[in-house]
Design a protein around this ligand. Structure first.
Ligand code: ZN
Length: 262
């Protein structure tokens, strides 16, 4: 006969072992989700179970409409075949988008390659967005407005100092992109020229550029399909001139592959 204290000890050890096994199963099941956890969340010491729940909730809600508040940004992942709908809910609002290969973030969206291979500077429905490694990253399936820019860099603190002579702090697409993409190990120097959805940049025959009010109306959208697994950065642009001097939100919807009808 075992002494009751020994029985208690064995019971406790079995309980701990069972908990450990369950935790391991849960951990492996949610590993892909955990991979998405931001360093900030990890550093804040949120337990792995709570983190799994939060990420599962985020993954679920990403199938519905998300709103990027004015002068802010977001970052998320897409699998090949997933579709992304970027919507201008109020009209005349630009959204900067950058793309990275989810498997190797040194591969990213390239303005030069895209303009070269598509043989135009007006990128819209039917065109692809290409990477610096000359691979297709996205296809534009629909574009209800039809005017986007792929010439100008994301607005940055220096944009407001140099063009607007504003030396105070000013929100910018550049900051909103790199701060949201930091969770994927992407640094400010990694941010390429963005595909500027709804941005209306006009050009004269002598090459002079002008940034005009967007032609997008409330509800206009661009629908894109991922051709490879992607990390996406998306903003509601913060530059006065680009948005007809009024900052508005941007909405987006992720339609997961094979889930179009849900
Ligand atoms: Zn901007």
């Amino acid at each position: 006969m075992l002494a009751s204290s020994q029985k208690t000890l064995i019971f406790l050890l079995k309980t701990i072992a069972n908990s450990y096994c369950r935790a391991a199963v849960v951990s492996s099941r949610f590993r892909p989700l955990l991979r998405k956890a931001s360093q900030k969340q990890i550093q804040e010491g949120i337990s792995s179970h709570a983190l799994s729940y939060l990420n599962l909730k985020q993954k679920t809600t990403q199938s519905t409409m998300e709103t990027i508040q004015k002068q802010t940004g977001a970052a998320f992942t897409l699998k090949a075949g997933d579709k992304l709908k970027v919507i201008d809910p109020m009209g005349e609002q630009v959204s900067d988008m950058v793309l990275f290969n989810a498997e190797d973030t040194r591969e990213k969206i390239s303005s030069g390659k895209t303009l070269d291979f598509e043989n135009t500077i007006l990128i819209t429905k039917g065109h692809h967005l290409w990477s610096n490694r000359s691979r297709k990253m996205m296809e534009i399936l629909e574009d209800t407005n039809g005017r986007n820019d792929f010439l100008l860099a994301p607005c940055s603190p220096e944009t407001f100092q140099i063009i607007y002579n504003n030396h105070e702090y000013h929100p910018s697409c550049f900051e909103n992109l790199y701060s949201n993409l930091a969770q994927f190990g992407i640094t400010p120097d990694d941010i390429p020229t963005a595909f500027n959805i709804f941005m209306n940049v006009q050009f004269a025959s002598n090459g002079e550029l002008s940034v005009d009010p967007p032609t997008s109306k409330a509800g206009d959208y661009v629908l894109l399909e991922a051709k490879i697994d992607l990390i996406v950065g998306l903003t509601a642009c913060s530059a006065e001139q680009s948005n007809n001097y009024s900052f508005k939100p941007i909405q987006y919807e992720i339609i997961r592959a094979g889930n179009e009808n849900s």
